[in-house]
Design a protein around this ligand. Structure first.
Ligand SMILES: Cc1ncc(COP(=O)(O)O)c(C=O)c1O
Length: 388
């Protein structure tokens, strides 16, 4: 007979991240139906809480789509890209590529702006392409989880706007961990997930459409979305007008609402500062251990650390040691970075001094097990000094 996990895995990979006990308890609250009058105010809390978290304008429409981050991505694409739409996709890694592929599946005439994995996109590169052929839609990933790179979302959105293109921004690894300013940056459609910096289980995808973009994307005379499940107009009818569309999971909404309440209590500013502080302490520890991060310092995420695997080290064996001996999960590299990097997430409830010190100590031991001579404790000491 199979058994449920008895201990909590220390989730320090690219997601899911650790969850606060409060959020776990919310999952176990009694079931309500998706149209129960007592459920409706909870949906409203989530809708308004997400709009505030995305920092979108008062007229914007925010909701949580039933599905993981990829369903948020597909909602953004399915409601904006039609057969023959001119789409320019900035590709700085695995998820930028997924977004581009998805646009193609929805009939886009696609032009890619490919950037070396591990670097952010220079907004000038996007400007050059848009000057040549324009675009109806521009897509980019704010926080590229496959490389640990942060793109300058404000600058990319500004270039897209200069050319009248609608912007789709993937904020899966930034929302709740890095500053996100949908209104100020002029982003039209953005999406995220619940299992990373927000600190809830996977299964819902926050999506926001700005007030300005609503008239282009969700107006009655806009072309009909090809997907029934992800049609924003039908979803608005459910979320706002309470018209049945699908049987949303009340448990996931309870958990997301609890996680959003925790963000409100902490405040967004304090939360961003916490993610920055723990990233910096972790980076100081890595550096003291002779390890380096893939992106240049000013392009790094605080939420996802892409660590170069040193020569002669068996990448997978280190992850195995962390998991089997220390109960810690970290992630492997994707695509061309497979075998070359480890990916460490310090997100949501996992962005703590304990995570930083625990992982550096365990990494020390896992590297020593492969005969790599590092000054024992140097990483922990440097991180502790940074935290102090
Ligand atoms: C940047 C980015 N976009 C999209 C996704 C897809 O999210 P999910 O795996 O929840 O479908 C991920 C997942 O890690 C991601 O990191």
């Amino acid at each position: 007979m199979s058994v449920l996990p008895a201990t909590e895995r220390v989730l320090l990979g690219p997601g899911p991240s650790l969850m606060a006990p409060r959020v776990m308890r919310a999952l176990g609250a009694p079931m309500l139906s998706h149209l129960d009058p007592d459920f409706v105010p909870l949906m409203d809390d989530v809708r308004h809480g997400l709009r505030r978290l995305f920092r979108a304008d008062e007229q914007a429409f925010a909701l949580a789509v039933s599905g993981t981050g990829t369903s948020g991505m597909e909602t953004a694409v399915a409601n904006t890209v039609r057969e023959g739409s001119r789409v320019v996709s900035v590709v700085t890694g695995y998820f930028g590529d997924r977004l581009a592929q998805m646009c193609e599946r929805y009939g886009a005439r696609l032009r890619r702006v490919d950037v070396e994995w591990g670097r952010a996109c220079d907004p000038e590169a996007l400007r050059r392409v848009l000057k040549e052929e324009g675009a109806d839609v521009v897509t980019f990933v704010h926080a590229e989880t496959s490389t640990g790179v942060r793109n300058d979302a404000a600058a990319l959105a500004a270039v897209a706007r200069e050319h009248g293109a609608l912007t789709i921004a993937d904020m899966v690894t930034s929302l709740g961990g890095h500053p996100v300013e949908v209104e100020q940056w002029g982003i039209d459609v953005a999406y995220s997930c619940t299992q990373k910096c927000i600190g809830a289980p996977s299964g819902l995808a926050p999506v926001v459409v700005s007030g300005a973009a609503k008239s282009r994307v969700m107006a009655g005379d806009a072309p009909r979305c090809r997907s029934f499940y992800l049609d924003l107009r039908l979803l608005e009818d459910y979320w706002v007008n309470r018209k049945y569309h699908h049987t949303m999971s009340a448990s996931l909404i309870y958990a997301l609402r609890e996680a959003l309440l925790m963000i409100d209590e902490e405040t967004q500013d304090a939360r961003w500062a916490r993610h920055q502080r723990h990233h910096q302490a972790f980076a100081a520890g890595l550096s003291a251990m002779g390890l380096s991060l893939l992106p240049p310092a000013d392009e790094r995420l605080w939420t996802l650390n892409a660590i170069r695997v040193p020569d002669g080290i068996d990448e997978a064996a280190v992850r195995r040691t962390l998991l089997q001996r220390f109960n810690i999960e970290i992630g492997a590299g994707l695509g061309p970075l497979a075998g070359k990097i480890w990916r460490v997430g310090l997100m949501g409830a996992g962005s703590t001094p304990q995570s930083v010190v625990l992982l550096l100590g365990a990494l020390d031991a896992a590297l020593a097990a492969q005969g790599r001579a590092v000054a024992p404790g140097a990483g922990v000491a440097a991180a502790s000094a940074a935290l102090a």
